[in-house]
Design a protein around this ligand. Structure first.
Ligand code: HAM
Length: 426
């Protein structure tokens, strides 16, 4: 690539949004906003710059290594947020005296991670976050998932296209305990096991060995991960284990919510963030070609960890990159929305003010109108607007003004209708 073309590209991993990409992003954001509101979530936001310390405390080593950090002129360590959840925890803890829990909050946050670039992974993405904080009830898991499924429906995606794999760290913790692994080692064990498939088993064995888990035990943990049903996992636990009851209740509530058919129990879903303590889930395309579409889970201790009261929460992050790839692969991404309903052009400077007045009048009626900025030949005008996506076009020449008529042309059917210039010139 030449130096000049390098200068014209955005920084590696960052995106420019030209109108067609922006149209898809807008559609996605509209769907996210509508689905969140339909499910009773309130919107919040925060600055993309966060204190590095807050972000580092909880994320899990992989994300910590990916943070874009910098020092400001007062030598404070700051960072571009890699995710929204620590910021959410901070905001809730800061106002917990005046908030009514449980809160149901959502946001669309731009996030930055210095990741190795692969399909579906950029160094910047927008992430729709839905969180319910202040309840232990697994109905909250079903509600955040229900809202995400609702958004997928609105995009034309259903059980043919994706499934939600889920597990429970609490359940896996009980299974680890049944192998004699002390609770203190569970969190590091989760993060090691999450790397399965990304690094080889020998490397995972070494990570677990650092937690005092011997080789034999590691083998038994790997065996656990291949238990392929909830019943098989349940057979290893006492029938009244609360973690088991939690998962069973989740399945019941999810079925009532109408999302049961999308769920697949899968103990190998662990997730890379260290704050999760309960049910965890990730949505994948059924063709198995893409990275996770969205993911989330329950966190019991995050608010207490940032200085708030211990309150349990659950939430998910749904990025814009993978879903856009899925929509494109399935030819569901749609056409870019046109910029205007009506394009207005004129032949000579003398027709500019009538053109501007007509445009202003149609805008008052709520139409999207684009008026030319200078005179142009009819051929140039119609050549230009035929590609604009507009439904109608009006070209004003001296004869039209003299006759007091505007010719509104339907660009698809080529039909014309005349309207009095007077009707749009007051
Ligand atoms: P996460 O799994 O790290 O979770 O990210 C959630 C989603 O964001 C992913 O499933 C993916 O759609 C998108 N995503 C993440 N990283 C990238 C990337 N580099 N490029 C493109 N898309 C990406 C979290 O961030 C949690 N904070 C979610 C959460 C909210 N948990 C509870 N509340």
């Amino acid at each position: 690539m030449s130096d000049e073309s390098t200068m014209l590209a955005p920084p590696r991993g960052m995106r420019d949004f030209y109108p067609p990409e922006m149209a898809l992003r807008r559609r996605l954001f509209d769907v996210w906003h509508a689905a969140a509101r339909r499910a009773g979530f309130e919107e919040y936001d925060a600055c993309v710059v966060e204190s590095l310390d807050l972000l580092k405390r909880k994320a899990g080593e992989e994300i910590v290594d990916q943070i874009y950090a910098f020092q400001d002129k007062s030598e404070r360590w700051l960072a571009l947020r890699p995710e929204m959840t620590p910021t959410l925890a901070r905001m809730l803890a800061a106002r917990e005296g005046s908030l009514t829990f449980p809160v149901k909050w959502y946001t669309i946050a731009q996030c930055f991670r210095y990741e190795r670039m692969t399909r579906g992974r950029k160094r910047e993405h927008y992430q729709w976050n839905l969180d319910i904080v202040g309840t232990d009830a697994v109905a909250a898991e079903a509600q955040v998932l229900g809202a995400a499924v609702n958004a997928m429906d609105a995009l034309g995606l259903d059980a043919r296209h994706y499934a939600v794999r889920f597990s429970s760290r609490a359940l896996l913790g009980d299974l680890l305990a049944s192998l004699g692994i002390a609770p203190a080692h569970h969190a590091p064990a989760f993060l090691a096991l999450d790397k399965r498939g990304k690094i080889d088993d020998a490397a995972i064995e070494r990570l677990l060995a650092a937690e005092g888990v011997d080789r034999d035990c590691t083998r038994r943990i790997f065996d656990l991960l291949s238990l392929d049903s909830l019943d098989a996992a349940a057979a290893r636990l006492s029938a009244d284990a609360p973690s088991l009851a939690g998962v069973r209740r989740f399945l019941e509530v999810a079925a009532a919510q109408g999302i049961g058919e999308l769920l697949r129990f899968d103990l190998s879903v662990i997730r890379g963030l260290s704050y999760y303590t309960g049910i965890v889930f990730e949505a994948f395309d059924t063709a198995g070609k893409l990275r996770a579409i969205f993911g989330g889970g329950r966190y019991d201790r995050l608010l207490a960890d940032v200085g708030g009261k211990p309150r349990s929460g659950v939430g998910l992050g749904f990025g814009d990159v993978v879903v856009a790839e899925l929509l494109t692969d399935l030819a569901l991404a749609g056409q870019a929305a046109g910029g205007a309903d009506i394009e207005v052009g004129f032949m000579e400077p003398a027709q500019e003010l009538p053109a501007i007045r007509a445009g202003a009048a149609w805008r008052r009626e709520g139409k999207r109108v684009s008026v030319a900025c200078h005179p142009e030949k009819a051929k140039v005008f119609f050549g230009r607007v035929s590609k604009s996506g507009a439904a109608e076009a009006v070209y004003i020449g001296p004869d039209d003004v003299a006759a007091g008529l505007l010719r509104v042309k339907n660009l698809a059917t080529r039909e014309q209708r005349d309207i009095p210039l007077r009707s749009v010139s007051d």
